[in-house]
Ligand binder design. Structure first.
Ligand SMILES: Cc1cc2nc3c(=O)[nH]c(=O)nc-3n(C[C@H](O)[C@H](O)[C@H](O)COP(=O)(O)OP(=O)(O)OC[C@H]3O[C@@H](n4cnc5c(N)ncnc54)[C@H](O)[C@@H]3O)c2cc1C
Length: 252
């Protein structure tokens, strides 16, 4: 039995025939900067200076250093005109005035690195004969936030536990392997489908501005959204008619 944990490297999965074609990936680029004198006191996720759907981030590492990056998906009506890698977007993101202000006096340390992110769990295979896929190899990166460390750890644990059950039952059949997929779908499918839909909602800057403004003004709403994306709350329960009306009509 093999647990495949190759991240976003799809070559092996394509060669094995597990993937029929290269999946759509989110493109990311990031670098570390040091020597900032006016570091924001919280991590920033920004939608200015990046194509939608996507976002840029400034994650403080210390009082004077940060991980700065961008991630976006080549999707929507303008997809064909978007760059084929994230480097160009990274270069323009760090030129926008708010970033220039944060990075004033700072120096980049280390190279600018680019990565693809597999966000296609909702449509991705997770097993085949004698093989289980975990983490990003199963497309387990959140399509809205680009986070996947927790899913990689969780699915790794789920795969290990499932293998223990299979060996205990002395049953390595494909039917038993398929139960691992069922467990993953029960845990993540609804979240990933919802995040896919949310992501396409914010392809539209008008909708995005409305959502960001409403969420920024209402702590309760911010908590609901944060809890959904970090999976503390069931997404379908969180997005009630009341939540939607708060987003649409703002603070009442
Ligand atoms: C710029 C960037 C920022 C991110 N920020 C966050 C964040 O803040 N929070 C978060 O939760 N997630 C974040 N992520 C996503 C997160 O890094 C991944 O989802 C997570 O690392 C996936 O874990 P994994 O074990 O599945 O794959 P990986 O961590 O990619 O590990 C796969 C390993 O397999 C190796 N490998 C690949 N192919 C082969 C092969 N054929 N043979 C042998 N070995 C192979 C690779 O070298 C690698 O070491 C970020 C990703 C990027 C690109």
């Amino acid at each position: 039995m093999v647990i495949v944990a190759v991240g976003a490297n799809t070559k092996l999965l394509l060669r094995m025939g597990l993937l029929k074609k290269a999946p759509q990936v989110m493109l990311c680029s990031r670098a570390y900067f040091e020597g900032m004198t006016d570091m924001p006191d919280a991590a920033q996720c920004r939608f200015d200076g990046v194509p939608l759907p996507g976002y840029g981030w400034v994650f403080p590492v210390s009082n004077s250093s940060a991980n700065v990056g961008v991630g976006f998906l080549r999707a929507g009506l303008t997809a064909r005109w978007m760059p084929k890698n994230a480097r160009t977007i990274f270069d323009s993101f760090i030129q926008i005035p708010p970033l220039q202000s944060i990075l004033a006096g700072a120096q980049r340390v280390g190279p600018i690195k680019g990565y693809p992110l597999r966000i296609d769990f909702a449509r991705s295979p997770t097993y085949t004969e004698r093989v289980l896929l975990v983490g990003e190899a199963a497309g387990l990166v959140n399509p809205v936030t680009g986070e996947g460390i927790d899913y990689a750890l969780e699915s790794g644990k789920m795969a290990a536990e499932h293998l223990i059950r299979m060996f205990a039952a002395n049953d390595l059949s494909i039917k038993h392997l398929a139960e691992y997929d069922k467990l993953l779908r029960e845990r993540y499918q609804r979240l990933f489908v919802l995040c896919d839909r949310l992501r396409f909602l914010y392809l539209n800057p008008l909708v995005l501005n409305r959502v960001v403004r409403s969420v920024a003004q209402q702590n309760e709403l911010m908590e609901v959204f944060m809890n959904i994306v970090i999976e503390n709350q069931n997404a379908y329960e969180g997005i009630s008619a009341r939540t939607i009306s708060k987003v649409v009509f703002g603070k009442t």
